[in-house]
Design a protein around this ligand. Sequence first.
Ligand code: SF4
Length: 765
Amino acid sequence: MPRKNPRVEKADEKDLEVGKPKEWVAGMPGVYHSMQPALKHMGVGRTGKTLLGLNQKDGFDCMSCAWPDPGDRKRFEFCEQGAKAVTWEATPVVIASEFWAEHPVSELRQQPEYWLGMQGRLTEPVFKPAGEDYYRPVSWDEAFGIVGGKLKGLSSPDEAAFYTSGRTSNEAAFLYQLFVRAYGTNNLPDCSNMCHESSGWAMGQTIGIGKATISYDDFAKAQLIIIMGQNPGSNHPRMLTALEEAKKAGCEIVGVNPLPEAGLMRYKNPQKISGIVGRGTELADQYLQIRLGGDMALLQALSKRVLEAEAKNPGTVLDSEFLAEHCQGLDELKVHLAELDEETVLQATGLRSDEIDELAARYLKAERVIITWAMGITQHKKGVATIKEIINLLLLRGNMGKPGAGASPIRGHSNVQGDRTMGIWERMPPAFLDALGKEFDFDPPRDPGADSVETIRKMRDGGIKVFVALGGNFVSAISDTHAAEAAMENTDLTVQISTKLNRSHTVTGRAALILPTMGRTEIDMQASGPQFVSVEDTVCAVHASEGRVRPVAPNLLSEVAIVCRLARETVDGKTSADWSGFEKNYDLVREHISHVVAGCENYNDRIRQEGGFVLPNGPRDSRTFTTPTGKAMLTVNHLEHVERPPGTLILQSVRSHDQFNTTIYGYNDRYRGIKKGRDVVFVSPEDIAELGLSDGQFVDLHGVYEDNVERVMRKLRVVSYPTASGCAATYYPESNVLVPLDSVAEGSNTPASKAVIVRLEPSTP
Ligand code: SF4
C-alpha cells in the first residue's frame, strides 16, 4: 500500500559527532544496518520479497555498484550498501499530487539532497512551464508531446543533449542511443565521463579494450592484489568477500590510498560465524598512504625497480616471451625510466624508499598479480597516464591473459559498463555506427558529440537548448556546481526520467519535465507479459534482472517504454525501428542487439542461460590486443605530480558510508567515525598544526585555481584524521563546488576531483 512522505530531519552542525575511525568493517553491525532501514521503510513482506531476490539468478541486479556475482549464490547475496539501495528504491512512500502545489521549485531548491530523496517515489509526470515556479501533474501524452514538439522545433539536433546514468538497463540504453542517433546527434554524455572514462581511454590505447581483463574467479587465484585509490568497504563491499577468499588462498593484498580505510584493514564476513564472533580476516599486508596525485610516480618507481632487477639477473624477472610476442615499446620505456629521479618520486608520493622497495619485492615475488583501481586514480589531471603506468607494470611480468592476473578498473554504477557496450558514448567507433545504420536503415551521425563537461560548456554558451536525462542527478554529479547550475538554467527545457526527486529536478531549464519510471525491483508488465532486462558487471558478465514487487503506482512506465514513446513522438519513420513492438516485447530489442553489438550474438538465448554469459575480452581470453599495432603498448608518460603552494592542501572528494554517488541515505559515515552530519574536512594532525588550525574548528575551503574564480565551501568542521600529510578530504557531491569545470584529466575529460588545491580559512560566525 503506498504511503505518504514522512517528516525528515535536516542535519544540524550542533548535532555532529566525531568519534574514532573503525579498524574493521561489516560483522553484526553490517547486518543490523542492512536490515534495520529495510524493515523500517519497507516492512517485513516487501523486505523479504526484495532482498531475497537481490543478485539471485532469477532475481534482480543490485542497482548500487557493478561488483560481479559469484557462480554459487548464497541465500543472502548482498551487502549493506545493496540493501540500502533497494530500500531507497522500493520504498512504498510516494509523492502525492498535492505536493507539487505545496512546494514551489524555488523552495525545493533550498532542501538538501537527503530531504528530496526522502519525499518518496515519483508517480506521475509533472511539468513546470517557462516562467512559472511550480510543477503541475500532466498526462503522459501531454508530457511526450512537450518533449517531441520541442525537439522537432530545434534548428539542429546538436542543440539537444541526452544524458544516461549507469542504472539504465542494456535494453533501455540500446534503444535510447538508437533514438538519439535517429534524431541526428551523438550528444550522449553519461556518468562514465565523470568516473572511469580515464580507464577506458588508457586501456583502449594500450591493450585495445577499456574493461577489466579478469573474471571473478581470478581473485582467488592471484598471489598479489594491489588496490589503488579505492574504498571497497563502502563502495563495493562484496569485493571484501572475494579478497577474503584470495587471502585464505595465500594471496597478499596491498592498499594504496591517502586515507586509511577500514575496509582494507580487516573484514568480518557476516555470512560466517567467524565473522560474527571472531576477529575476521586481516586484509592489507601493506598499506601505502600515498600523497594525492602521487600514484603515477609510485608506478614508475615500481616499474623501474622491476627493470633494475632484470638487469641484475637477466632472463629471470621480465616475462620476455610475452613481451616479445605480444608487446611493443619496451626499449623506449627502459630509456625513460632510467632517467626517473628517486627524490622526485619520494616528493610526489610522500612515501619512503623502503616502502616502495617492499611493494616492489612483493610484486617480483608474485607470479600472478591483479591491480584494481577506482576514482582515486581516474579523477586526476594525469589519470589516463597513471592507468597507462598500471598497464606498463602488469605487462612487464606478463600479468595479463593468464589466471589470477590482470587489470581491473572497478565500476561504481551498476550498469555503466553495459550502457557503453550498448552504444552510450559520444564517440562510438565507426564499426558500431555502421552496424546500427545497417540494422535500422538509416545513416547515424558521425561527428563526435559532447561528453559531460562539454555539455555543460555548450549549455552555458547557449549551444545546447534541451537536456534529457535518463536517470541520474547530473547537476549534482558534475564538477563546478555553480557553473553547472547556471548552464542548466540557460536551457529551454530539461527532462528528467527518474524514480525519486533529486537536486536536478530543482535546478532546471526555463521549462522542465519530470517523467517517473519504474525501478529494478518492480515487475515490468508489458503487452506480451512480464519482462526482464539485462546488465553487464565490472568483469564483463552479462545477466538478466527481473523485478519482484508490484510497481509503487499504476501509472509508472518502464525506462524502455518511456524511450520508445519519446522516439515515436520524435523520430517515428526515420528508421525501420518498431518502437511499439519494442515496448511490448523486450526480446525484439535483444534480437537487434544481437545483430549490432559485437559479442552479443544470440543474445536472447544466452541471456536465458543460468547466470547469463561473459562477453569476449581479447587480452583476458587470448592475449589478443586490438590496438593499431596489434600489440599491447608499453608507453612512455611524462611524470607530473600535484604541487601545492605553501599554506594550501590537496583536497580529494570521498563518499560517506551512507551514500551512493549523489544519493544520500543518511548523515552517518560509520567507518570514519562521523555521525549526524557531512560538513567536515579531514586533515592530518601535522597539517592542522602547520596551518595554525585546531581540531573541531570551523573553516571555509577556498579553491585555488588559475582562473581566479571564487569557489568556496563554507563552514566545515576540521576533523583530525590520519590522512597522508599535505592532503585533505571532504564529501562528494558537496565538494563539486570547488572543482573547476576546466580541471580535467588529460585525454578523458574526467573532472579532476581528487586533487583540488585549497586554502583553509577560519569561518566567520
Ligand atoms: S557489492 Fe555492490 S552490487 Fe553487490 S550488493 Fe553490494 S552494493 Fe550491490
